[in-house]
Design a protein around this ligand. Sequence first.
Ligand code: PMP
Length: 417
Amino acid sequence: MSNETPRGNNFDHWLDSYAARANTLSVSEVRALFAVVSRPEVVSLAGGMPFVSALPKELMEASFDSMMTERGNYALQYGGGQGDLRLRDQIREVMALEGIHASVEDIVITTGSQQGLDLLGGLFLDAGDVVLAESPSYVGALGIFRHYEAHVEHLHTDHEGLDPDALEASIKQLKAEGRRIKFLYLVPNFGNPSGVTLTEERRHRIVEICRREHILILEDNPYGLLYFGEKPPVAMRSYEEDCVIYLGSFSKILAPGLRVGYVLAPPAIRDKLVLANESALLSPSTFTQMLISEYLAKSDWQGQIDTFRGIYRERRDAALDAMAEYLPHLHTTRPDGGFYLWVTLPEGIDSKAMLPLAVTELVAYTPGTAFYANGGGKSNLRISFCYPTPDNINLGIKRLATVINRQAELLDTFGAR
Ligand code: PMP
């Protein structure tokens, strides 16, 4: 009989061997619940999955066919670490819609903007370095900053986005403490999770402050083209080239399964990014880059973005209407684009503790604590309206209201507030 521990149990024989940084990779506390959430009877307002069913599959098939016919061998081969030149040229057109006029030389293709963030984390962050961020901030970026053992300092943020006065005050204090500030990380358009857009006036002030203080701005903008009314203000990168690193992605305007994003960086940083990309991946997927390139060359991609905008606008309206109908006393942000609403719960209700109860009522959301590195966000939750149908959004928020109201009653009954 073998004396080996059976495979498949959770005992990890290599605990003593991991690098210290492996400890920064923790399973999300809510992930276990997300397995339950994928049951069809649960309305999930949790994940930020783009509604890819709205992308006609014939469009992708046509791109695939012409790619294989015209550039098949190239698409199946390794490529360069900076990414395909033709695609980089086409990305210039996409970025021009955000007011950015860039050179193909300064664009680096990545495996989703998530990998762009990771490469930047690896290039710039030493343990203990400070990253300034909005309150709340994108969970995936927080995970990367944690992995590189950076300290995230959340700054005051309101309905106009990050507050420049708070930025100035925080920089002053951190510098006085001798801390090294590396980045200001921002999602300026239709933020994840807040849904908030940074005003034009604040953009200019923030750029001015960061330029003066020699702090890099990571302008992470996957949602900017998904506006529901007016276009948002132009990207900060359009008026500041030296201290802004701009991240874009095809995940929300085309399809996340392709895993193609891009970084626009000042030349010295761009060179390092290409080396880092080569070291990590050799090259980003030529295949999906070529597929996107064919799609951009031969289909009405701007018309497709319009279609996405229409669908997400309808869903945003469904979410806001349902909030007004079932939870009129709660504060929620009113996004002008993107995927998310940020909800503030009645005092005393803990959104993470409430989640199992919500799942029992067949609705799921993301607790606010996921979007803070410091334990904040207990009384907030994020609602994603991108994936469920308008009817399901209504049903989900109705169920959520039942759970929240029951929690509030319990707190009142037991005098806990
Ligand atoms: N930044 C933000 C703000 C996001 O919301 C996401 C995806 N949810 C990403 C970056 C990563 O996107 P991707 O890697 O698919 O380009």
